[in-house]
Design a protein around this ligand. Structure first.
Ligand code: ADP
Ligand code: MG
Length: 465
């Protein structure tokens, strides 16, 4: 049977993956959902391609409700889902023709060993995602150092920063950089090996179980560049740490490059052997921060560059205001807006973007305080009244409090530009945008302003009862 996957199905599924990724534990997400693709949507039924019968069964049994809820929320109509096994090649081709085999609904699918992970941990370069390159990695103040160091190790592995330790919160580009290094190294005929810590652990344990530690060693030692993603998952796994320690030494001694990523700096990873920790500190430690507004805008333009018709700037601005914590969140919001436009057959406008993002739960770290309460706190800080802040006037005394209010309502309360414009006395949305951008870029150099904003944010985070 030949099925032509519809763009709609891919879009819905990708949007859902963006949401699911935020709420699921990382290893589960990586194991079960990562290599899946939306194949078709027919009436109320979305068909999703998965790589193995085992994955199909697991998703069906354990994840069905969460997935179905997420889909229904995104599609704004009830959607059922079913999983079909397709080859990895077909999944990779995604939007091409896909031949699909049905998974038996009740009968046991042919699973060689139900206790084994569905993915044989065979680290090889087919695991490299060609979409993650240096060319499409947007550089900002937030990730400059990590980018430059990654580019350097891809050019001259084993020479300058060894190991390179990159850390950041989720969704800020660590995996992207590792894949970019791997692709660049491969182009230079170097053998790079990308593995998640989960895969490394499975591989190591399997090698011990099957008494094939020599094979394990030989495989990892053959790498010119070893890229190990999310090493926070080594925490507490003593045996695997031991295995990694020896792999590390083998590679380092022969001047091969090692790059690891983590969700925190080495000294903050608990249950990590000291000797491993100290090795991570030998090379370069580079962190990445959430991107500022301008970088977010550049990133969204990069992500939307292939869109037809192009994403209007006004809609992009609304998305970047809404998604402030990570690039993954930013992509999720963009997908959501695109999906909404497709479902409703409307063009993407600022209004549509607002609507698509309106009922998204506010991101976890955002304040629960209302805009009015925040304005009261700001007014109190500047010894003026809330009314003065909320009235457009030429009074110089209110200019600074108003500008700070726009900044705070936007960045800490996640209010849209239009909402802020209305609350603060019928400003133009564009003016609000400009003020927020300008304030963001002034903060690093203006310590007076920084202290004022910090004091206000403290009061907002800990409001008096
Ligand atoms: P992490 O591994 O830190 O959790 P990822 O590397 O998976 O984050 O990034 C999440 C998504 O955000 C990916 O789709 C990635 O391409 C994108 N992304 C992150 N940072 C950037 C950037 N600076 N430029 C372009 N895309 C980025
Ligand atoms: Mg990652």
């Amino acid at each position: 049977m030949e099925n032509k996957p519809e763009i709609g199905a891919r879009q819905i599924w990708e949007t859902s993956l963006g949401q699911l990724e935020l709420v699921m534990p990382r290893p589960s997400y990586d194991t079960w959902l990562k290599g899946t693709t939306g194949l078709s949507v027919n009436g109320g039924m979305l068909t999703v391609g998965v790589p193995t019968p085992f994955a199909a069964e697991w998703l069906e049994r354990r994840m069905y409700q969460l997935i179905q809820r997420t889909l229904t929320e995104i599609a704004t109509r009830p959607l059922q889902v079913r999983f079909q096994v397709v080859s990895a090649h077909q999944i990779a081709r995604g939007s091409e023709h896909a031949e699909v085999d049905s998974v038996p609904q009740n009968g046991a699918p042919a699973i060689p060993d139900a206790h084994q992970s569905p993915y044989k941990p065979i680290p090889c370069n087919s695991a490299i995602n060609p979409r993650y390159t240096f060319q499409n990695f947007v550089i900002g103040k937030c990730n400059q150092l990590a980018y430059a160091a990654s580019a350097a190790v891809a050019q001259t592995p084993g020479e300058q920063y060894n190991p390179l330790f990159i850390y950041s919160g989720v969704g800020l580009g660590k995996t992207h950089l590792l894949h970019a290094i791997a692709s660049a190294a491969t182009q230079r005929n170097l053998h790079s090996l990308y593995v998640t810590t989960e895969q490394f652990t499975n591989d190591f344990i399997q090698a011990i179980r099957e008494r094939k530690t020599e094979d394990f060693r030989a495989r990892y030692r053959s790498a010119d560049v070893l890229l190990l993603d999310d090493i926070q998952f080594l925490a507490g796994k003593e045996q695997t740490q031991e295995g990694f320690f020896h792999t590390f030494n083998d590679l380092h001694n022969s001047r091969r490059q090692i790059v690891v990523t983590c969700d925190r700096p080495p000294n903050a990873v608990s249950h990590l052997e000291d000797r491993l920790r100290s090795r991570f500190e030998w090379g370069l430690i580079a962190d990445m921060q959430p991107p500022d507004l301008e970088t977010r805008l550049a990133i969204i333009q990069e992500k939307a560059q292939a869109m037809h018709p192009p994403l209007p700037l006004e809609a992009a601005e609304i998305i970047v205001q809404r998604a402030q914590h990570s690039v993954r969140e930013l992509e999720g919001c963009l997908n959501r807006v695109v999906a909404m436009a497709q479902f409703t057959g409307q063009a993407i406008t600022a209004e549509l973007a607002e609507m698509a993002l309106a009922d998204l739960a506010p991101p976890p770290s955002s304040s629960t305080i209302t805009p009015e309460e925040a304005i009261a706190i700001i007014a109190d800080h500047y010894h003026i009244s809330s009314e003065a802040i909320c009235t457009r006037s030429r009074d110089r005394k209110t200019t600074r409090p108003q500008r700070v209010s726009m900044y705070v309502l936007s960045t800490s309360l996640g209010q849209s530009n239009s909402a802020i414009a209305a609350i603060l006395g019928q400003w133009n949305r564009k003016t609000v945008h400009n003020v927020v951008t300008e304030t963001t870029s002034r903060l690093p150099d203006d310590s007076g302003l920084r202290q004022e904003v910090a004091a206000i944010l403290d009061k907002i985070a800990n409001p008096l009862p």
